[in-house]
Structure formats: C-alpha cells, structure tokens
Write a protein that binds this ligand. Structure first.
Ligand code: ZN
Ligand code: ZN
Length: 208
C-alpha cells in the first residue's frame, strides 16, 4: 500500500514528498527543494529505503537541495528530458534571479510519459503535463497523484515564465488529470491537497 508524507519546506513553501510502499519500505523522494537534512532524518527514523530522487520539474524551489539528498542517499536522480537542462543552469531554473545560484547534480535517469516507476510493490504511472514548465511530470498510483506545479487546490501552476504555455497546461490537466478517478487525492507542489473531483467542479481555471 502507498503511503505519503508531504511536508511544506523552505522560503517558497514547496511541498517535498516522500512516497513509500509500506510492505517493503522502499521510497521515492519527490522534490528535495529545501530542509533536506530534516527530511533525511525523518526518512531514517521511519526506516525507509529511498531508491530514487525524482523532480516533478526543474524550478529552483523543487531542486535546490537535490545535491544534499543525492550526497546522502547516492541513488539515481530522475527528471523529464525537457527540464533536464534546468538542473545545472541557474538562469533556466530561475535561481539566478534570486541572487543565490543553484546547481543540482545532473540527472541519472530520464523519465517520460508512459513509463512506470516502481517502488517496492507500488507502480507509479507517469503523465506529461507541460505548460507551467515544458518538462512537468505527474505521478499516479493507487488513487494518489503527485502533481508538482500543475494542478493546485482551486488553482493551477503559474504560466508567466518564458517557457510556459497556458493552453498546453489547461489542455493537459483536462485530458490527463481530469480523466483520473474523481476520488484521486492530488498532492500539489504548493498549498493543500485536493481531489480530482473537487477541482473538476470548483477549479476556476480548468473545469471538468
Ligand atoms: Zn515550478
Ligand atoms: Zn514550485
């Protein structure tokens, strides 16, 4: 069975997420964006074995402590091909504009829609939901969706970056996220969790 720990961290109030199989205690850590040392302690206290670090996309708030996570765990770092360059380019990952340039380790594995990510007895299905960032991925397993900055509680990811695409985001949410079961719990990159059914009825940007 899938278990999820979502924790709001850092100056951007980003949700870093550890998802694990409670039978094998294997885990995937999504978006080590901040406070990685404290998450690492929590992982150890809970006797989890992280097998992959995954970035939902390459913006600074989601990748800033990849280096800390990778150094401690020495497991593959994974991202979509279209956001890979952001990992090592502070202008592309937007950290350049904050005055504290962030460079992550490069990716070890490239993820894409249609792939399955296994974690113990869990299997995540991957969907490409571009628009906030061209390489945004979401991860679905057992009626839970790790959504990154695509769909938020009654909102959506920003699309005012140079490589954003509002139409692409709205259409990918409609086609790929709203086709999941209504009782799917959505864990977004920022803010509180929601469900697919709630957003189809109440999201002011994309209606189901
Ligand atoms: Zn973002
Ligand atoms: Zn974000």
């Amino acid at each position: 069975m899938l278990r999820i720990e979502s924790r709001m961290v850092g100056p951007y109030q980003m949700n870093t997420i550890v998802a694990w199989c409670d039978e094998t205690r294997e885990a995937v850590w999504f978006d080590p964006g901040a406070e990685a040392e404290s998450v690492l302690r929590w992982i150890q206290e809970n006797d989890l074995r992280v097998t992959r670090i995954v970035n939902t996309h390459g913006h600074v708030d989601h990748i800033a402590e990849n280096s800390v996570a990778k150094a401690a765990l020495n497991v593959p770092l994974c991202i979509h091909a279209q956001d890979r360059a952001k990992l090592t380019d502070p202008e592309l990952n937007l950290s350049h504009w904050t005055g504290i340039p962030v460079v992550s380790p490069d990716a070890d594995e490239i993820l894409e829609e249609g792939m399955q990510l296994t974690c113990g007895k869990l299997v995540f299905e991957l969907f490409h939901v571009p628009g906030h960032s061209p390489g945004s991925l979401v991860f679905y397993a057992e009626k839970n969706l790790i959504a990154g900055d695509t769909l938020f509680y009654e909102s959506v990811g920003r699309t005012d970056f140079p490589d954003s695409d509002t139409d692409a985001l709205f259409s990918a949410i409609q086609k790929k996220i709203y086709s999941l079961p209504d009782d799917t719990i959505v864990y977004p990159g920022h803010g509180e969790a929601t469900t697919v059914g709630h957003e189809k009825l109440h999201n002011p940007f994309v209606r189901g």
